[in-house]
Design a protein around this ligand. Structure first.
Ligand SMILES: Cc1ncc(COP(=O)(O)O)c(C=O)c1O
Length: 395
């Protein structure tokens, strides 16, 4: 079955009792048992729920594995892995570019439990080998990364992690299973912020963990039930609905990103564009090898002041200023003050995360409107400079 067909047909038969084409929402907390302890696979909705189970089956099909657990948020999914696998004295290796919330949960929660976080340039094979120790339990990457769209060589990192006795976790939020299949590249666990492209409509918060090996999955599934960060059946149903157009949406997101990246690269007020589809992107060749599309996100450095960045991001017509990404409606974000504000300024600077970086999540609007909105904004910044530089002559 092809990917688009899977999003609509995999694990989604019509409902047997009524023929309902779309599965109902099983809005229930509990289930009647035939005898004490004898039930039909469902006993309590924190442990399992038919709507959630259906979504988990679809996500597993899309990532090409058998095991999935859907959580109440992407960070709950992250916590599911971290708490299942890390104990005091253990170490985790992460890249320099990583979602601010991932940085925060590691540095503000797990570090205080005695976990050591090694944040390195994970694209540097020597740095990675030096960072691995017998205490390393997990190597954790995003690719492409949030917010700079860096691309890492997943098979090479998987080999190094496995040689060092660690598991590789890949956050596949930005690529989606349409454009990247991390298990085929060597990942042991995959996480998603389902909130983003998988949900796709900016109307829910959700996360997922996937695994190929039942032994790797089981501690996460146990932890989910033991700690309880589960999504509502309604939110699972919304994701099932959103997934049906994942391929169509991603094609439009990618086309928009491609046209925006090209327009930004040609603009004099743009110092640097980060988009894996550009020849100038340092990870372009790796992306071509391990991805089947370059994704829908674009970031760029505005060649100006922080005030100019603030003015640009606050006054767009089609790009709403907001956290998050991956929805049908375009969003713009200033990572230094928004998604990555939880990383202290000095550390952001050391990690190469500049205060003039702008992150764009083009939606499914027409590319002409989105490009025009951005170019108008940049031209307005240039025009404002002229006004300041040449004061009006008064007589
Ligand atoms: C790459 C990535 N991973 C994980 C998360 C966390 O997901 P959530 O916001 O659904 O908790 C985010 C959120 O922005 C993200 O961008």
């Amino acid at each position: 079955m092809e990917f688009a067909t899977k999003t609509i047909h995999a694990a989604q038969p019509s409902e047997p009792e009524t023929g309902s084409l779309i599965a109902p929402i099983f809005q229930t907390s509990t289930y009647e048992q035939d005898a004490p302890g004898e039930h039909r696979g469902f006993d309590y909705s924190r442990t399992n729920n038919p709507t959630r189970a259906r979504l988990e089956a679809v996500l597993a099909e899309l990532e090409g594995v058998s095991y999935a657990a859907v959580f109440g948020s992407g960070l709950a999914a992250e916590n599911g892995i971290l708490q299942a696998y890390l104990r005091p004295g253990d170490e985790i290796v992460i890249p320099q570019d990583v979602y601010g919330g991932t940085y925060r949960i590691l540095n503000r929660v797990f570090q205080s439990f005695g976990v050591a976080i090694r944040q390195i340039d994970i694209g540097d094979a020597v740095a990675l080998r030096n960072a691995l120790s017998p205490k390393t339990r997990l190597v954790w990457i995003e690719s492409p990364t949030n917010p700079r769209l860096l691309v890492y060589d997943i098979p090479a990192i998987a080999r190094a992690a496995h040689d060092g006795g660690a598991l590789l976790v890949v956050d596949n939020t930005f690529a989606t299973p349409l454009f990247q299949q991390p298990f085929q590249l060597g990942a042991d666990l995959v996480i998603h912020s389902v909130t983003k492209y998988l949900g796709g409509h900016s109307d829910l918060i959700q996360g997922a963990v996937l695994a190929r090996d039942p032994g790797v999955f089981e501690p996460v599934k146990f932890l989910q039930n033991a700690t309880g960060a589960v999504p509502s059946p309604f939110d699972c149903w919304l994701t099932l609905r959103g997934l049906k157009t994942l391929e169509l949406r991603m094609q439009r997101h990618e086309e928009n990103a491609r046209q925006i990246a090209a327009a930004l690269e040609a603009h004099p007020l743009v110092r640097r564009v980060y988009y894996p589809g550009l020849q100038s992107h340092p990870g372009h060749e790796i992306a071509k090898r391990q991805m089947t599309g370059f994704g829908g996100m674009v970031s760029f450095e505005l060649d100006g002041t922080v005030e100019e960045v603030v003015s640009f991001v606050s006054s767009r017509r089609f790009f709403a200023l907001g956290e998050s990404l991956g929805g049908v409606k375009a969003l713009v974000c200033h990572p230094a003050r928004m998604t990555h504000a939880s990383i202290p300024a000095a550390e952001r600077a050391a990690l190469g995360l500049s205060d003039t970086l702008v992150r764009l999540s083009p939606g499914c609007e027409h590319p002409r409107d989105l490009v025009a909105d951005l170019v108008e904004g940049l031209d307005a910044v240039a025009a404002a400079r002229q006004t300041i530089a040449v004061p009006a002559v008064t007589v």
